[in-house]
Design a protein around this ligand. Sequence first.
Ligand code: NAD
Length: 295
Amino acid sequence: MSSIAFIGLGNMGGPMAANLVSAGHSVRAFDLSEAACAVAKQAGCTVATSAAEAAGGADIVFSMLPSGAIVEAVYLGDDGLLASLPNTTLVIDSSTIAAESARTVWAAADALGIRMIDAPVSGGVAAATAGTLTFICGGREADIDAARPVLEAMGKNVLRAGDSGAGQVAKICNNMLLAVHMIGTAEALALGDAHGVDPAVLSEIMLASSGRNWSLEVYNPWPGVMENAPASKEYQGGFMVDLMHKDLGLALAAAQAEGASTPMGALARSLYALHRQAGNGRLDFSSIQSMLRES
Ligand code: NAD
């Protein structure tokens, strides 16, 4: 069992740290929020008063933070964690951030002989709590293999996309596609409804036809069609519009960096920006249905 420092105990990090404790690991946790630390303590983590204190003596340093700027601030510079970690440490960052940012931190770690991987996740708070996340990893194969036992305590899939930063690239490609097929699904259901076709019936037909996709299969955006989907719970829970908007921003920045054309991703981001500006940022992302239905 490993001694793990866990930095960032929010909606995702809190339950992930709890799953590490349940798997028998020793977890020293830190978050700027006292409330998040108190929850982690109840779950069996030891709470540290700083990221550096949490990392002291740890075999593995794990982070689950909101942005690339914060990840860089935590690891880099004179006060950053890398400066004080022994080169036996394995660093795993599961935050969703730009690939460029992940590669910057990886390069600094690599220069010090510290192993690091990027391991953003697919799956929201429910998957973090159930321990069924998918980790999409970038880094050296041996380093991902070393991280695997710890990642498997929090998820059901550990996949390697390529070298450092590739995990972040694969994650935003996936989420860009998710946004596009969710909007397309919502648009088709709204069109059918406008012509009097019951959305539940139309969903069954499209599921048996070539329009079949994940949004239709497990996450139908039309209220009442799928009992357990966020759409049937007033779009509460699930994956927030704010986070989808963030991920689409990362996807577009990545496209711009390589001169790639992502017209559907750009349109999806504009639609989610409008939806967010209308006050829906904290609703599940399938609530884009209400925008298409009303129009
Ligand atoms: P969150 O805002 O709930 O949690 C982030 C935590 O980080 C907060 O508790 C905050 O206090 C803490 N924090 C910020 N700066 C810190 C610092 N310098 N030191 C220590 N702690 C600090 O966010 P979340 O929903 O848990 O998401 C975390 C990451 O996971 C993000 O990158 C997000 O994009 C990604 N993600 C989220 C979901 C989801 O459904 N929530 C799904 C997949 C991926």
